[in-house]
Write a protein that binds this ligand. Structure first.
Ligand SMILES: [Zn+2]
Length: 115
């Protein structure tokens, strides 16, 4: 299995990319320093703000697209646009952030482990 699919599996299942036994991220967005089961070291594989940038990039297109579609179909008042954009942004950002961050940390770990 390729590195990307292995990293995707670790991100979606929230399991350690090395042993797949312990929980990968015990907290929402805070990467662990090491795995509780196999002691795999993740200290060199911290994603920083990379996940935030990627999620923002994706949400810019989705949110603007939904606002334009809403305007073309219903032409609601400005406050309704604001509420809809807020709901779309928060509704997608909150579940996407930990997923993308786990993927980035797992990808970095697996790429380094295979080198
Ligand atoms: Zn592990």
């Amino acid at each position: 299995m390729g590195l990307v699919s292995e990293a995707m599996r670790a991100a979606v299942s929230n399991r350690c990319p090395h042993c797949r036994k312990a929980q990968f991220f015990p907290r929402y967005l805070e990467p662990p320093s090491a795995c509780e089961a196999c002691s795999a070291d993740f200290t060199e594989h911290q994603a920083g703000d990379g996940a935030v940038f990627i999620v923002m990039l994706i949400l810019c297109f989705v949110t603007v697209g939904s606002v334009v579609a809403l305007e073309l179909v219903f032409s609601p008042p400005a406050w309704a646009h604001g509420l809809a954009a807020l709901a779309v942004s928060l509704g997608l950002a909150l579940p996407m952030l930990p997923l993308v961050k786990r993927f980035m940390v797992a990808q970095s770990f697996l790429n380094d482990a295979g080198a």
